[in-house]
Design a protein around this ligand. Structure first.
Ligand code: NDP
Length: 241
């Protein structure tokens, strides 16, 4: 039996990077349908994937999307809030637009999708929400005031929803994953020198791979994690040890 057999899932930022690998992993694990939401088109073709061009900051688009899915499938079993961006600068050089953009996508985007989808899960009394935070949300990072605030905020929402969505016996679990530094296009803005020093500090001596995050997401999405709720799983090779 595959771990997501017959499940309906929504993954934001699913066109590339970690999100794309999550989508592929869900399909390989038997998901009936994976909705991959992104502002860009995806090249990944499968009868079990539907790509929807959608901006997580656009509440009208989200409402229309959720209504359509609800009519056709009745249930959404898994929501992965993965879409995220960076606009880095030291605080002195971080203008308001940089702050607003990162908070809108990384924090409010998670609020928007969850507010629209959690009621469906609550109605059906089951579901798994996985929020992608970051090691930067746990411990901070120079030049990432906006990103750290957004990712720490995601952890706060995770703890809140782990309590809020399990009231009256509903088994809607909410967890977060805090990846360390992962080999995706997001890391292309980081210099080779900084990457070398990140790897030196890491007990495993390397960056993580998108599949290593997708494996953790799969665990939290599946029934194997049926008693895991309100947890932040650090997947960072031991970076902080
Ligand atoms: P990528 O930049 O590779 O992919 C993110 C995807 O999200 C892109 O396709 C992007 O589109 C899309 N996206 C951006 N804005 C929106 C929006 N408003 N609505 C819908 N989709 C959007 O990122 P990663 O795969 O590296 O990161 C995935 C998640 O993991 C993010 O939340 C990130 O913060 C987190 N993370 C990543 C780490 C890493 O080292 N890579 C470390 C820790 C956490 P576009 O191409 O247009 O930007």
């Amino acid at each position: 039996m595959k771990r997501l057999q017959g499940k309906v899932a929504v993954v934001t930022g699913g066109a590339r990077g970690i999100g794309r690998v999550i989508v592929e992993t869900f399909v390989n694990e038997g998901a009936q349908m994976v909705f991959s939401l992104d502002v860009i088109e995806s090249q990944f073709e499968s009868p079990n994937v539907r790509h929807v061009v959608l901006d997580v900051t656009n509440r009208e688009q989200i409402t229309a999307f959720v209504e359509t899915v609800k009519k056709e499938f009745k249930q959404i079993h898994v929501l992965v809030n993965n879409a995220g961006i960076t606009r880095d600068a030291l605080i002195q050089k971080m203008d308001e637009a940089m702050w607003d953009h990162v908070i809108n996508v990384n924090l409010k985007g998670v609020f928007n999708l969850t507010q629209a989808i959690a009621p469906i899960m609550m109605e059906n009394r089951e579901g798994s929400i996985i929020n992608i935070s970051s090691v930067v949300g746990e411990y901070g990072n120079i030049g990432q005031t906006n990103y750290a605030a957004s990712k720490a905020g995601v952890i706060g929402m995770t703890y809140t929803w782990a309590k809020e969505f399990t009231r009256k016996g509903a088994a809607v679990r909410t967890n977060a994953i805090a990846p360390g530094y992962i080999e995706t296009e997001m890391m292309e803005t980081v210099s080779a020198k900084v990457i070398e020093s990140i790897c030196k500090k890491n007990p495993l001596g390397r960056l993580g791979k998108p599949q290593e995050i997708a494996n953790a997401v799969l665990f939290l999405a599946s029934d194997e994690a049926s008693y895991v709720n309100g947890h932040v799983l650090s997947v960072n090779g031991g970076l902080r040890l």
